[in-house]
Design a binder for this molecule. Sequence first.
Ligand SMILES: Nc1ncnc2c1ncn2[C@@H]1O[C@H](COP(=O)(O)OP(=O)(O)OP(=O)(O)O)[C@@H](O)[C@H]1O
Ligand SMILES: [Mg+2]
Length: 312
Amino acid sequence: MAGRPAESPDWASAAVDAPGKESSPGARPGAVRAPRAVRPADAPGGGDAPGAPPREQAAKPASAAATTSHLMGMIRPMLTARKLTKVYLSGGRPLTVLKEVTLEVEPGGFLAVIGPSGCGKTTLLGLLAGLDVPTSGTVELDGSDLAELSEDARARLRGEKVGFVFQTFQLIPTLTAQENVQVPMELRGHRGTDAQGHSDDDPVERAKELLARVGLEGREHHYPAQLSGGEQQRVAIARAFANRPRILFADEPTGNLDLATGARIVALLEELNRESGTTLVLVTHDQALASRARRTIHLLDGAVVQDGGAAA
Ligand SMILES: Nc1ncnc2c1ncn2[C@@H]1O[C@H](COP(=O)(O)OP(=O)(O)OP(=O)(O)O)[C@@H](O)[C@H]1O
Ligand SMILES: [Mg+2]
């Protein structure tokens, strides 16, 4: 579109981390919790901003459990969806595919969304990542209300903080595997050192490293058409991690993989969740993968029918 700034493709991811401290006390990695009761100062770091009252001044909870829940209430969620509804017009008739879905994911959380084909999982993921807009309801991603952002601003936010693995991969057919993984880094450009101490990656080296981590060493120079479905899926996963996203949305990331390769991808996702604090929101039919999540939400006909809750 004329006059628009160069825009990252929808899937492009990056982690231009705000000086937030996801490692702040109480930021239990992997935690997903019920809608919060207390909202911290809207400063990066959720209450750890300079000038915030020292934690010691807060009333002292009676037990360790109380301390955890007390501090949990002070963490700004990475993702909050409230009453998300999506209605498509299908043959001129309205088709409600999501009905008032509400959920919240902590920084570093790991949420799995499961449910039968056609229940609205992909639609939900698209709304949560800001790729599509809801008919009603709101999504807040790392403190930004997506409805208040222009399309360009939403695209920038995605480019800075979000990784996305599409159910259909969406690799660029004219680029090799390695070039596909490099693209988000090239689009992001120079950013210096981020809050986690990562300086700019060399795109070629990082692309090679990520492809090796998904088991594709030796396939770097293959074009998508020269790769199997499962191999393309793994390139898409490597690409989603290229810019060290703060939150990764993945739609059936093991859907085309055999058991062993699927397990390898699950391990990689968990490693990134644990080591980099990357928040994970996955759609899956894979029970093995869902069982690794800290929380599972079961969708049926566009509504949450079961909420597995956070692991103890
Ligand atoms: N653009 C659209 N226009 C009209 N209907 C749509 C559109 N996109 C999705 N739908 C319908 O919305 C429903 C939910 O689709 P969605 O892709 O979210 O399901 P899903 O749970 O991801 O399914 P699967 O497990 O098969 O991937 C389906 O009935 C689908 O036909
Ligand atoms: Mg789907």
